[in-house]
Each structure stands twice: as C-alpha cells, then as structure tokens.
Design a protein around this ligand. Structure first.
Ligand code: GCO
Ligand code: MG
Length: 405
C-alpha cells in the first residue's frame, strides 16, 4: 500500500488547525494533526517543501521506518516545527494501518486497559467565587476532576481567563500581534492558596483539583507553593517552573509532596528524560502532536511507566480533534495512563469540519470501535474557515522584564 499523495490544510474554525491527509494507492487515507499554536504556517510549509516529497511512493505500513527516516535520518533533529510535522505523518499512518486492519488504533497498541478515559475539565474565573461557581457546574455535569484558574487581582490580564472576550482572536483585537500580560508572583500567591482553601471548604474531598502555574515561578517558589497547597490535596500542580534545566525540579521535589506534572511543550523524550528517570515528576503531559506522534508517545509512556510516572496528555483547544482522537487511543491502552485534559469537543464550526466517534459520559470518554483513529475531516467545510494569523501572549513582570510562561 503506497503513499500516493499528502495534502495539508490550514483552517481556522475559532482556532487555527493544521491537518494532514495521507492518501494511499488503495484509496485508504489517514489523518494527522500538525498544529503548532502561533507558528502554523511554518509547519505547513515544512511539510510541503521538505517532508512530503520524500514520502510519495513509500509503503504506508512502514510506520517505524518512516518515523526513523524523518527523525534519525535527518541531520537536524528535534524542534517544535520538525516534530509537529513528523507527528502528523505518524498519526495518519496509524490511522491508515487501523483502517487496513479494520481495527481501532488502540487494538494495534495492545488493546484496552480500561473501560473509558477519565478527564479533567477547566474552571476559569475572574474571581474566586466565579471560578467556584463554574466548578460546581462541571461537578453537576459529572466531572470528577477540575483544573481551577482564577484571574490575579491587580494584574491587567491573566492567561486563560478571557473575561468578556469570546476567544483569542477577539483578545488580540484587529491587530494580530502577541498580546502582553503582566505577572507578579506576590499578587499570585495572595490569590492562589485562598482559591484552593475555598474550593475544598465548598466541595469537600471527593473531587480532584488541579492547577496550572504556566511556569511563572522560580523553583524555590514552586516548592513553597507545593507546600502551601498540600492541605488541599491536588491531583497535580502543572508547569510549576520551567525545566529546561531538568535538575531544577530537584529543588521543588525535595520540599513538597504535591504531585508535579509537566511536558506540554516538549518535543522528544530527551526533554523529559531526567525528570522521569529521577522520578522528579508524577505526570508527563506530552502531546502526540508536539512530541512526534503515536509512535513517540507510546515510547515515552513505556519509559515513564517503569519510573512510576503516569501520562496526562495536553488537551488544550489548540490541539485539533485529530490529536484528541489519537490521545484517546493511547489513553485507553497505556497501563500507566493518569488523566486527560478536556476542554470540550470544540465549537459548532469545528464540528462541521471534524466528525469524531467519541462519547462523553459522566466525566469520561468512551471510544467506538471505528477502524483507525475514528475521525473524519470535511475538506469543503474547512475551506470556509481560512487561516487567521494569531499569537500566544507574551508575559512581562510589572517592571517590563520579559517573563517565563
Ligand atoms: C494547558 C495549556 C494551554 C497552553 C496552550 C498553548 O494546560 O491547557 O497550558 O493553556 O497554554 O495550549 O498553546
Ligand atoms: Mg498547561
């Protein structure tokens, strides 16, 4: 079964998505997600100019060889653009293999380890009260794990809290340049401990709570936050500090028993190797789209498993429904699966483009037995939503210093 053609689509049904369609000479095709938020066109061009010409005529069944050819066979390894492109091809080839075998991808990985995939939902609010009201709505909908994010009083905007804006395009106005957001660690600490104290007082201990720091703290500050949050029993604290220097997590780890999660920006196993093998984290949050596809995530999951680290794939709205479908197959298989981030199945526009076969029930996702990834892409509908330039915000301290995020 030879690869006959590969098409790349960039569409924007509320967010930009880069979708790859690998078509074979037996007319089975597969879909992959190559979305890199704020750098979408770079990946699309990289695929069209550099990868696709090398793939036409290859056997679509050779998933491993094609992965190695694109990763090891190339002088320039790793990198967000490169790995997103490899990931999309890889996902599409798994989709094809599943369709050819008439089996869902999770069967090819080894079958189900569980009935369904547990999720955590997001409660984002302008005030603590408002965040907790949203938490209550999610509990009423059946979610058993919720990530709480609240605007920091005294700062102009807080990432993830859109206020009266409908989406990130509206936040950026008619001037598509990176919005800037203030950061103050002191003001954040004044709010965040209170948020979790009030959440536990209101909801008790039968619900899982999580929080994303977006890497804004220095390691010793993260250590302090972890300690202060211990009484509120978080499922995990995400991206407490940057771990480009993976050793810095030792500082956090030696001070607190609050479980730690990281990995949504990682491109390869090398970005988290020390974190995992030294058991400095509890959850690895790599995404199939950004860390090299299903082939790479399966390898990271196995490596994590022997070090008691669970998987918790990134599930933000800038990963397309194709990536979400790929995560579901990995999650239902991985013996060391922890939890999946979930922000809904997308808006009415993206539902016209992507049709999935998943069902949501009581805070869990159930997979169908559709062959491959179980997702369809409507090329004609996608054309109605052309690409719109968009950026993630940049963070600055109150004195103007560019800050981590
Ligand atoms: C999360 C993430 C997102 C990212 C976004 C960047 O945990 O969901 O941190 O909010 O910032 O996906 O592209
Ligand atoms: Mg995050």
């Amino acid at each position: 079964m030879k690869i006959k053609e590969i098409k790349v689509f960039v569409c924007s049904p509320g967010r930009n998505f880069v979708t790859v369609k690998v078509i074979t000479d037996s007319d089975i095709y597969g879909l992959g997600d190559a979305t890199l938020n704020g750098r979408e066109i770079a990946v699309a061009t990289y695929l069209e100019e550099h990868l696709i010409p090398c793939l036409i005529g290859r056997n679509a069944h050779d998933i491993e060889d094609i992965w190695q050819y694109l990763y090891r066979g190339v002088y320039w390894r790793k990198g967000a653009v490169n790995m997103a492109a490899i990931a999309a091809i890889d996902m599409a080839l798994w989709d094809i293999k599943g369709k050819a075998a008439n089996m869902p991808v999770y069967q090819l990985l080894g079958g189900k380890s569980r009935r369904a995939v547990g999720l955590y939902a997001h409660a984002n609010g302008d005030t603590i009260e408002n965040t907790l009201d949203k938490t209550e709505e999610l509990i009423d909908q059946g979610f058993k794990a919720i990530r709480l994010q609240c605007a920091v009083p005294g700062l102009n905007v807080t990432y993830g809290v859109l206020g009266d804006k409908a989406d990130y395009f509206e936040l950026q106005g008619n001037r598509p340049l990176p919005p800037e957001e203030e950061w103050s660690t002191q003001k954040y600490f004044n709010m965040v401990v209170d948020l979790f104290a009030q959440a536990r007082a209101r909801f008790g201990n039968n619900i899982h709570l999580l929080h994303d720091v977006h890497s804004r703290l220095m390691p010793i500050e993260s250590a302090r936050l972890g300690k202060l949050l211990e009484p509120y029993n978080l499922l995990f604290l995400e991206d407490a500090s940057i771990a480009e220097n993976q050793d810095s997590y030792k500082v956090i780890r030696q001070h607190t028993t609050t479980p730690l999660a990281i990995g949504e920006t990682y491109n390869t196993i090398w970005d988290c190797k020390e974190l995992i093998q030294n058991q400095l984290i509890d959850y690895i949050r790599v995404a199939a789209t950004h860390a090299g596809g299903i082939t790479a995530l399966r390898r990271i999951a196995d490596f994590a498993s022997i070090h008691n680290v669970k998987t918790a794939p990134h599930g933000a709205p800038d990963l397309s429904p194709v990536c979400f479908a790929a995560h579901m197959h990995l999650n239902i298989w991985a013996p060391n699966f922890g939890i999946q981030e979930f922000v809904g199945f997308g808006n009415e526009h993206s539902a016209r483009i992507f049709q999935h076969t998943l069902t949501l029930e009581n805070g869990m996702v159930f997979l169908s037995d559709a062959p491959g990834l179980g997702i369809e892409f409507d090329e004609e509908a996608a054309k109605e939503y052309p690409y719109k330039r968009s950026y993630l915000p940049v963070s600055r301290l109150e004195d103007g210093t560019v800050w981590h995020w």
